[in-house]
Each structure stands twice: as structure tokens, then as C-alpha cells.
Design a protein around this ligand. Structure first.
Ligand SMILES: *[C@@H]1O[C@H](CO)[C@@H](O)[C@H](O)[C@H]1NC(C)=O
Ligand SMILES: *[C@@H]1O[C@H](CO)[C@@H](O)[C@H](O)[C@H]1NC(C)=O
Ligand SMILES: [Zn+2]
Length: 391
């Protein structure tokens, strides 16, 4: 008996090395260690946790640690990730977010439930896609008060007709508290910041400032549907706005994660003002460094556009000096055509990570959407949006 288990383990280890099985069927993590012998997919330990909850559709075993009967191994051989994908991901909408290894739990969990338990993408349950594909979404979310810690129930309405997201203080309010254009809107899951596993940060522009909204829904399926509905409406908008851009150019723009976030200390434009601790957010897609007083602030205090080296932008380590009022020791200087910024980090590792992140943005080519008008594009000049940066 021992010998037959060993033989089956060897067959499985061989199967999981094949290119189509070498990554988790659900999140793409390399070298999956687990397999669902009801679905015929190889998955990572993280994703196997969700499969374990879906007892009606999936059963998981460890490739190495569990015993495998001959018929189950044969089933895995006949199926595998490519066969399952053809069936369960047959009709995933182009804008629909496919989670990756390091994405938050709710995204990966709901993707697995949508694929196998609800079978939203097999082509048979098209009606289930209406929640995010119809271009209209109306429902209640918990929203953090602008200057308060508490979350309050608010009605949100997303509409592709006029490319807006509105929210209302009361269920039956006639007038929206805010009408948000999807033009500069972003949505990103932020469970740690929001303090809820389904926490979502929505960002948009008000006049010339970035505004944050923090929301959540108790139900994971609902919040992931909202997230994908936002992506769908952004997709429809950007297809028009950036025509004739193709899908592979548009997909990275639907919703974006910041490249790096964290506290640094900054001084003012004269560089003798006292250093203050600020929460910085570096966005590579729109080449912006934003800063806030705290991670959950509603309004940005300042924004710096980051151009390329050819436009006079660079970043370097700053030698430690007896800096006025900075408690933190690890400095970096970002040079821009307007002025130099000095930032101080608490840890050397942070300093290196920030320098690397800035270098990455500076090295990216400028794209048409980084220019605010046709003329700027024509004359290849960079717009510097540093309107209130001295705060
Ligand atoms: C497992 O999931 C968490 C998020 O829930 C993620 O941060 C982590 O990177 C994942 N681990 C692996 C090994 O993929
Ligand atoms: C999309 O457009 C870009 C730029 O025009 C091009 O390089 C790329 O090959 C296109 N991709 C597809 C899938 O057509
Ligand atoms: Zn996985």
C-alpha cells in the first residue's frame, strides 16, 4: 500500500510541474501544493482554504501529505488547471478583476466562490453578471464620516449613463451629497486601513485635490460586485476617452494600487521649516506623490507630479546631517524642476524602498494621459500640478 501511495504522489508531483499546473488555478501563486479532486485543479495553500469551505463543489487534499487513491490521481491527470479554466472562466468579462497571490482575502475568496460555487463565468449563469455588468448599481454601503471615525450607512448609485457615482445621506434623499465623475476615480481594497476585511478606498478629484472615501459592505460578494461595477464603468468611460486604445492598454488603468504608501517626514519649500510626519502615497499610473496628515484623511494636503529624468526629475540618498527637527535619520532628496524635496525615513530599509519606488516612476515613459491638453502633448512639456505643495 505504501508503495502505491508513493507512486501516486510521484505522479501528482509530476503533473503539478507541467506548465498549466505550475501556478495556482485561482491566484497564480507558483508551485501549488494542494489540489481539488472534485474540480481537478491545483491550488495554493491560501486558496485551498476557500475550497475547503465549498464542500458542495470542491474537496481538497495536500499533494505531499495526504494519501491519494488511483482514481483521484487519474481524475487530476484528465483534468488539471487548463481544462478547468476553459470551463469555469469561459465568460469572464474583460474588466473583471482576476485576483493575484498577494491580493486581500475578500478578492480571492469571492473569485473562487464566483467561479465554482456560483458558476458566474461558465456561460450558463449570465444573469449573475448583471450586478457588475449592467452599468448601473444602487445600494447601501457603510461610509466613514469625513472628519469622524464612525461609519454611517449611505446610499450609493453608480451610473454609466452619465459616468458618475453619487451618494445620498438618506435612502430617500432627492439631492446627492456628492456627484463623483468616474473620470479620475479609483477603487482599491484597503482592509488594514479601513479596519474591515471588506474595506474599500474610493479616490477621486475635487477641484484640484484628491479626495478619499472609505467604505465597506458586510457581505463580501456585494463589495466585490461594487468593485467590479466601478471597473466596468471606468472601462466604458476610458474606451471612449482614450480611443483607439486597446484592452491591454486600458486594463491597467481601470483601478490601480499605489506603488508605495507610508510615513515620511517632510520639510517646507525653504528647507528650514520644521520637519513634519506625513502619510505619503506614490501612484505610478498617474505619476503622483500625494501626502496626507494620516492614512485615513479625506483630503490630500499636497501632490507632486513626477516627470522623467529628461524633464529634470531625479532622486538620491541624502547624507544624514543635523537636520532641524527631523526625528528620523534616513533621508532622500527628490529633485524636480520647481524645487527639491527632502524626505526623512525612520528605517534604512524604508529609505531604500522609497528611492527604488521613485526611480521606477521616473524611469517610466510619459504617456498621453499624463498631459492635460493636446497642446502640451504636442510640445512635449510636462504639467506640474504643485499648487499647494508647501503645506
Ligand atoms: C496568502 O494571502 C495573504 C492575504 O490574505 C497574502 O498577503 C499572502 O501573500 C498569501 N500568501 C502566499 C504564500 O501566497
Ligand atoms: C495594443 O496597443 C499597443 C500600442 O499600440 C500595442 O503595442 C499592442 O500590441 C496592442 N495589443 C493588442 C493585444 O492588440
Ligand atoms: Zn492561490
Amino acid at each position: 500500500l505504501m508503495a502505491s501511495w508513493d507512486r501516486n504522489t510521484i505522479i501528482l508531483l509530476d503533473l503539478v510541474k507541467q506548465p498549466e499546473n505550475a501556478r495556482c488555478a485561482d491566484c497564480g501563486a507558483p508551485d501549488p501544493d494542494w489540489a481539488s479532486y472534485k474540480l481537478g485543479v491545483f491550488v495554493c495553500l491560501n486558496c485551498s482554504g476557500t475550497h475547503r469551505d465549498l464542500t458542495d463543489v470542491s474537496r481538497v487534499k495536500s499533494i505531499r501529505l495526504d494519501n491519494w487513491e488511483d482514481d483521484l490521481v487519474e481524475f487530476m491527470r484528465r483534468n488539471g488547471n487548463a481544462v478547468a479554466k476553459a470551463q469555469y472562466e469561459k465568460s469572464v468579462p474583460a474588466f473583471y478583476y482576476r485576483p493575484q497571490q498577494h491580493d486581500c482575502v475578500v478578492l480571492r475568496d469571492q473569485w473562487i466562490r464566483a467561479k465554482y460555487a456560483r458558476q458566474e463565468f461558465t456561460g450558463k449563469n449570465g444573469h449573475l453578471q448583471k450586478a457588475y455588468s449592467s452599468g448601473f448599481c444602487d445600494g447601501t454601503l457603510w461610509k466613514k464620516g469625513k472628519n469622524k471615525r464612525q461609519f454611517q450607512k449611505r446610499r450609493f448609485v453608480l451610473s454609466q449613463d452619465d459616468f458618475t457615482l453619487r451618494y445620498f445621506i438618506k435612502e430617500d434623499s432627492k439631492v446627492a451629497k456628492a456627484i463623483i465623475s468616474v473620470r479620475n476615480m479609483n477603487a482599491v481594497f484597503q482592509p488594514e486601513k479601513v479596519g474591515h476585511q471588506n474595506g474599500l478606498q474610493i479616490t477621486y478629484m475635487t477641484e484640484d485635490r484628491t479626495r478619499n472615501l472609505f467604505v465597506y459592505h458586510e457581505n463580501g460578494q456585494e463589495i466585490v460586485n461594487w468593485f467590479n461595477a466601478v471597473r466596468a464603468v471606468r472601462y466604458a468611460y476610458l474606451r471612449k476617452a482614450l480611443a483607439p486604445a486597446n484592452d491591454s492598454e486600458l486594463m491597467p488603468l481601470l483601478t490601480t494600487r499605489s506603488l508605495k504608501e507610508g510615513y515620511m517626514e517632510k520639510t517646507g519649500p525653504m528647507q528650514w521649516e520644521p520637519f513634519k510626519r506625513r502619510w505619503f502615497v506614490l501612484c505610478s499610473v498617474d505619476r503622483k506623490l500625494l501626502y496626507f496628515k494620516t492614512p485615513m484623511d479625506a483630503l490630500e494636503l499636497g501632490a507632486v507630479f513626477i516627470g522623467t529624468e529628461a524633464h529634470g526629475f531625479s532622486v538620491r540618498e541624502t547624507p544624514t546631517r543635523g537636520s532641524r527637527g527631523s526625528r528620523w535619520r534616513y533621508g532622500l532628496t527628490m529633485e524636480t524642476p520647481d524645487r527639491n524635496f527632502i524626505f526623512m525615513c525612520e528605517q534604512e530599509l524604508e529609505q531604500r524602498d522609497w528611492i527604488k519606488a521613485f526611480q521606477q516612476v521616473i524611469a517610466q515613459p510619459l504617456l498621453p494621459q499624463h498631459y492635460s491638453s493636446k497642446e502640451e502633448r504636442q510640445y512635449n512639456c510636462v504639467i506640474i500640478h504643485n499648487k499647494h505643495i508647501s503645506k
